[in-house]
Design a protein around this ligand. Structure first.
Ligand code: AMP
Length: 286
């Protein structure tokens, strides 16, 4: 497994593979890897086969964090991440520095961003206004550096995956986007690097996100339900966990992300809940 931190070296490798007709599968991450990330790596390998190359990037992208967010304390363990990826047979880990990715940012010489204007307005975009601009910009940069044929994202970040798919379609990036299912802990909590922030009491109550998804599924199993009503019921359900503070719970069309008035089977639900300063998200098709 090669560890590459220079953009020029990564592009040279990717171009060499391209010339040889070797397929490139790519999994962008912010590191501190868990089984969810590793499932994306396996999906990438499956897509490109044993003759293809799998590249995983580990980069905590500063432009997707607001100044008030957890950039400085975002968990990192590169040594452990590299061991896990080596065991999985990854070909290249791309780990650039901030100075490599955003040269001149600190002298105000970085000024080109990619902004998706529709799907990024609601939910995560409403709560974190500059977040998706950072995500689309860094993913576009990474696509230009890694030159992937296939890139794998997690359904855990449903809105992010929808926005990346839209960006790829709108701007004609020659890459196929795969969305892989959410991996969960035994009790149902979606795996996330941020789960590390939870103290034992918060961790025990965090399963409320999963239970809220299950409750909504049960509510619409046989009949449709008014969105406002279900929202109010779930708000009460979630705040029954004393440490939980609801940010949002939304019901929407899985393709357009437009909110729906009447919730039924097939409607997508997403929610964000704070436990102290830690903000957790989850979603599911009902
Ligand atoms: P992150 O390191 O949090 O930026 O996530 C990197 C990729 O892993 C993103 O495409 C996420 O959607 C995906 N991911 C995060 N958590 C999970 C999970 N529990 N199951 C599957 N994929 C995940």
């Amino acid at each position: 497994m090669q560890i590459v931190s220079s953009i020029a070296a990564m592009q040279r490798l990717a171009k060499k593979w391209q010339r040889a007709g070797t397929r490139i599968g790519f999994v962008p991450t912010m590191g501190y890897l868990h089984a969810g990330h590793l499932s994306l790596v396996r999906a990438a390998r499956k897509r490109v086969g044993t003759n293809g190359k799998v590249v995983v990037s580990i980069y905590v992208n500063p432009t997707q964090f607001a100044p008030t967010e957890d950039l400085a304390k975002y968990p990192r363990d590169l040594k452990r991440d590299l061991k896990l990826l080596r065991e999985l047979g990854v070909d290249v880990v791309f780990t650039p520095s901030d100075a490599e990715m955003y040269p001149g940012k600190f002298e105000n010489r970085f000024s080109t961003y990619i902004v998706e204007e529709k799907l990024s307005q609601m939910m995560e975009g409403a709560s974190r206004p500059t977040h998706f601009r950072g995500v689309t910009t860094v993913v576009a940069k990474l696509f230009n550096i890694v030159l992937p044929d296939v890139a794998v994202f997690g359904q855990k970040d449903f809105q992010q995956a929808a926005i990346i798919k839209r960006m790829v379609a709108d701007l004609n990036f020659p890459v196929k986007i795969i969305v892989a299912p959410t991996l969960r802990e035994r009790d149902g909590l979606a795996m996330s690097s941020r789960n590390k922030y939870l103290d034992p009491e918060q961790r025990a109550q965090a399963v409320i996100l999963y239970h809220a998804l299950q409750a909504a599924k049960a509510a619409v199993k046989k009949k449709s339900v008014a969105g406002g009503r279900l929202q109010a019921d779930l708000k009460e359900f979630i705040t029954a966990a004393p440490l939980a503070r609801l940010d949002y719970v939304e019901f929407f069309d899985p393709e357009t992300l437009e909110p729906v008035k009447q919730v039924k089977r097939g409607t997508q639900m997403a929610l964000a809940v704070f436990f102290g300063k830690t903000r957790l998200i989850d979603n599911a098709g009902l």
